[in-house]
Structure formats: C-alpha cells, structure tokens
Design a protein around this ligand. Structure first.
Ligand code: PEP
Ligand code: MG
Length: 325
C-alpha cells in the first residue's frame, strides 16, 4: 500500500477525461527541492529571489546569486525551474537596501519597476541568471508587470546582458524562456497584447486579488474581503487565459489560490495549465483533480464566473466530490 501511495504521489495529474495538468512547487532554496520532488512536484513554478536578499545583511553579488541559481538547476536534475526576478517593495521590504519610504508602497516602486530604476540591482541578477540558465531549463519571470513598455524594456536589458556575456542564442547560448507575472488588473486586461511578447504567464493571485478588489493583502480587518475566489478575480484569470491562447502561450498560477482544492479546480476549469503551490498543498490538489473530468471543472468554472461573490463561488464546492484532501 505504501508503494502504491508513493506511486500516486509521484505520478503526474490526469483528469478523468485524460487531460494532464502540471503540478509545480513554490520553492526558494536548493535544499528544499528534494522534498518538493518527493511530495510530487514536477517542477518549480516560482522561486522568489527576494529571500536571497532578506536573509542576508547585504546585497548578494552576481557570484553569490549564480551559485544559488545554479544549485537550484542542479537539484532539479533537468526538470523546469522558473526564477522570478527581485520583487521588493510593497509587503517585501529589505531593511539593508535603504530604499526611500513611500506613501503607497503597494502602488509604488515595486518589483520590476524597482529593477528598471536600479541597474545596480537588476544587472547582477540577470547576469547570474543567464549564466545559471546554461546548465539546465531555467525560465525567467518578471513580477509586478503593469504595462507592455515595462516588458519591452526588461527584455532589452536581458538581451544586452546575454550579449555582453557572449551567451545570446545567436552566440551559442541557451534560449531562455521569459514570462511575466499577471498580478495587476491592467496586465490581465491586456493579456492578449502582452502574450505576443513573452513565452508564458504566471498569475499571482495574491496580488491580483489585492489590486482587483483594492484590499491591502495584509490588512487585518479586511482579510475576508481579500477573497481570491471573488468572481472579479476569476474573470481576470479567464481574460488572461483567453489572451494567452490567442498567441499559443501557456498560463500558470503561482499565487495561493493554486494550492486550495476549490481554487485549483476552478483554475484548471478556466484553462490554467500549470499550478504552482506550497509543497504541503500538492498531495491534496493532485487527489482532487484526479477525481474529476476537465469537462466538469470547466462547467464549474463557467458557473463561478456568473456568481455574485466569493461566498457563492465557495458554495459551488458542494458540487465537487470530496473537497477535503
Ligand atoms: C502573488 O502575488 O500571488 C505571488 C505569487 O507573488 P507574491 O505572493 O510573492 O507577491
Ligand atoms: Mg505578487
């Protein structure tokens, strides 16, 4: 029985009607990869690199970063890795960076915006990532994208870094897939345009919820309002998937909703192909997805888009067999 359990834990997910879904883990450190694989992750869908900065009292230089990214690639032994460039600002403050205090940090110089303003932070990271990508399937992902102009500028910077290292594809370097996080409503609404410029999208439902509903994701009194199951959020997910499909791009989700059984079911039903979550959530999500057909999940998602609020969407869970993992 134990062997049987281990086998199903490690098996990829297929719905009852035979559709595959990629289950990935949100992992920040090479030493956490083995556990994620043992729990059934097929890849790493989100490596948050802020942690490299937060756990030190200094800015890690190119070499320090390279070693960590390279070790992640090696620990994964050929499985895909998506590394997100620095997402500092908003809820992620790094005291030793000494950034100016902002009145509205969630609407300020955050994520890719900060990187575009600070070559001293962006260039060493991009150099380290481009070097590590030569060792295995590493994709790069930019956070907090709100406009196409940001994507163009970031891609230009990346191309310059690849050139200067002699590692551009035309110089014999590996082609590095580039994705963006969809976590700002403007990006979801413009997904059909953005998709032409990137290889994939990964939806950050934590921030997408906060920005769609104008609710601070950490506000103690508004916690119940920050509801990722709200149809407003689900409609933005649907719009993102629709925009990606027009260009043949794939969409993943690496926010908290991907690790909730009902959330994962709805996301799959909306056409999301990769779900990246905390390691502890993998078994439950896999078990749930295996008990349903994609057709059922699509019907469920369609119904959810027409509900009045998150509670009404939650009530749909009754239609899922055994929501409890
Ligand atoms: C998100 O916003 O959903 C996300 C995955 O990014 P973070 O939680 O790191 O902001
Ligand atoms: Mg986010």
């Amino acid at each position: 029985r134990q062997a049987e359990e281990a086998r199903s834990r490690l098996q990829p997910v297929t719905t009852l009607d035979g559709h595959g879904l990629e289950i990935a883990a949100n992992v920040n450190k090479p030493e956490q990869v083995a556990k994620a694989l043992d729990q059934g992750a097929e890849s790493v869908g989100l490596m948050r690199t802020e942690f490299l900065f937060l756990e030190r009292d200094h800015v890690p230089d190119e070499e320090e970063q390279f070693v960590v990214y390279r070790d992640m690639v090696r620990a994964l032994g050929g499985r895909p890795l998506i590394v997100r460039t620095l997402d500092i600002g908003g809820d992620k403050q790094v005291p030793h960076l000494d950034l100016p205090v902002e009145e509205n940090p969630f609407l300020g110089l955050r994520g890719a915006r900060l990187c575009l303003a600070r070559d001293d932070l962006m260039l060493p990271q991009l150099r380290a990532l481009v070097r590590a990508a030569q060792e295995g399937p590493l994709s790069l992902m930019f956070p907090m994208i709100s406009t196409l102009d940001e994507v163009r500028r970031l891609r230009e910077r990346l191309a310059e870094v690849q050139q200067s290292l002699g590692l551009a594809p035309e110089q014999g370097g590996r082609r590095i897939p580039v994705g963006i996080m969809i976590e700002v409503p403007s990006a979801a609404m413009m997904a059909d345009r953005l998709a032409a410029h990137v290889d994939f999208f990964s939806i950050g439902t934590n921030d997408l919820t906060q920005y769609a509903l104008a609710v601070d994701r950490q506000h103690p009194q508004l916690a119940t309002m920050a509801d990722s199951l709200h149809p407003a959020v689900l409609r933005l997910v649907a719009q993102t998937v629709d925009g990606a499909r027009r260009h043949g791009r794939w969409v993943g989700v690496c926010g908290g909703l991907a690790g909730e059984p009902l959330g994962a079911a709805l996301l799959a039903g909306l056409g999301v192909q990769e779900l990246s979550m905390s390691v502890g959530d993998i078994a439950g999500v896999k078990a749930l997805l295996r008990r349903h057909s994609l057709a059922e999940l699509q019907a469920l998602a369609k119904a959810a888009l027409d509900m009045d609020d998150g509670d009404a969407v939650r009530a749909l869970a009754a239609q899922l067999r055994d929501t409890a993992p």
